[in-house]
Write a new protein. Sequence first.
Length: 111
Amino acid sequence: MTDPNERSKTLSEMTLEERVAFVKDVERFNKYRLKHPDEPVDLHEAYLDGAKLNGADLNVADLSGANLTEAFGLTSASLVGVNWTGVRGVRREIVQASHLLTQATIAFADD
């Protein structure tokens, strides 16, 4: 049983496996992002299953140098409802394919 007085780990304190499991839980991840809006999130390192990104708010996530096709195995269903506002370092040739961006909000921080 978990100690209720124990502090939750930050993403940077989690192991790779813990980050993958945590970020795949979209509801839990979005609550965390609301509490920790300034903490950078390295989703490339977490190597997410693209389908689990549906509805996730990736605001100010740092994807610098990430090839999204390789890192996330994106399909047309992968980005439905995803908010990419403020995402940095995304390779434009990957995300500009319109069939990947169904109902996604795109506003690059470095544009």
